[in-house]
Design a protein around this ligand. Structure first.
Ligand code: NAP
Length: 300
């Protein structure tokens, strides 16, 4: 029997694990895919207080080392549901089940799809959702990054270091991402920023060879030859497995306030998977700490 079962080994989950273990609790973290979560695929993190610059991968590795050094257990498996039997929670995975006195859900969010024709057909054959994972395959090639948030800007910046040409294609003319990165991109000779434009189709043969772009103001259509398309249009939560026990909002986020308490007693939600205004590395870490301390309080 674990004191706390943490679902998700991203920043929120691992911070919760560190705080829980330091409070003397028996902790297991269950992760379905990537240790470190979303930030593990971020090329550069430059806005975490006290760290000037670090790769997302190294940041994740450090969090993981810190947690395991404190005795936190890790299980790589996908959670399919939680049941509550008079206070004892059973977390069921694809390959087994775990019992705990409390649960922290820290499942983060997943990449959102663009919805363009050809996106699924060419996924893994020129369409990618991760510049840090796949960028090296496009050295000296021409690629497009789709999106106007921080992730898209950071991806375009990273790709511009190795690619011959990078198009940054955004459906509006105002960007959500950081102005500092945007102005850096504007100064790069191999980056072309294309605003007010959407991707109608991704086409190719065996692999991607181009995209059909449509200017949303003029409705003018043009084809651009490309070797790769990096979709970076935000994220979406995946909390369906918990919907029988905890309340979700209309977008699928777990309804929980700053205290991380969900509609179900003894189940807490930390990080990007819960309803909140700001989804950042710092707020994920903060949520992990709050959830762990809320668990300690609950167990008392
Ligand atoms: P985001 O801020 O939600 O931006 C998504 C972008 O994609 C927006 O520009 C949006 O356009 C566009 N978009 C959405 N759906 C689209 C569609 N179907 N077709 C075309 N464009 C579409 O997502 P994000 O950049 O992934 O960032 C998510 C959060 O993580 C943000 O809070 C961000 O600040 C944070 N983040 C932090 C770090 C870090 O801490 N180092 C790094 C990366 C991201 P509109 O603007 O028109 O809506």
């Amino acid at each position: 029997m674990y004191d706390v079962i943490i679902i998700g080994a991203g920043t929120a989950g691992l911070t919760a694990a560190i705080y829980s273990a330091r409070a003397g609790k028996r902790v297991i973290v269950i992760e379905g895919s990537t240790i470190g979560g979303q930030i593990a695929t971020s090329p550069r993190v430059e806005n975490y207080p006290g760290i000037m610059q670090i790769s997302g991968m190294e940041f994740s590795d450090r969090l993981f080392e810190q947690a395991t050094a404190l005795g936190v257990e890790l299980e790589i498996d996908t959670v399919v549901g939680i049941t509550d039997n008079g206070g004892i929670k059973t977390v069921t995975t694809e390959y087994g089940s775990f019992e705990g006195k409390a649960v922290i859900i820290a499942t983060g969010v997943k990449h959102r799809k663009l919805g363009a024709n050809g996106e699924d057909k060419y996924s893994g054959r020129g369409v990618s959702y991760c510049a840090i994972c796949d960028g090296a395959f496009y050295k000296d090639k021409t690629v497009a990054v789709i999106g106007g948030g921080s992730s898209a800007l950071i991806s375009a910046d990273l790709l511009s270091d190795g690619c011959e040409k990078v198009y940054l294609i955004h459906r509006r003319s105002e960007f959500r991402g950081e102005e500092k990165i945007l102005s850096g991109l504007r100064a790069k000779a191999n980056v072309e920023i294309v605003c007010d434009t959407v991707v109608d189709e991704i086409f190719g043969d065996e692999k991607v060879t181009g995209v059909t772009l449509r200017n949303v103001s003029t409705e003018k259509i043009k084809n651009v030859s490309l070797d790769g398309v990096f979709v970076s249009v935000g994220q979406t939560p995946e909390n369906a497995a918990f919907s029988s026990l905890v309340e979700l909002d209309e977008y699928g986020y777990i309804v929980a306030g700053e205290d991380t308490k969900t509609s179900s007693e003894g189940i807490f939600a930390a990080g990007d998977c819960r309803t909140k205004a700001i989804r950042q590395l710092t707020t994920a870490a903060a949520d992990g700490a709050v959830a762990a301390l809320a668990v300690c309080d609950y167990l008392r």
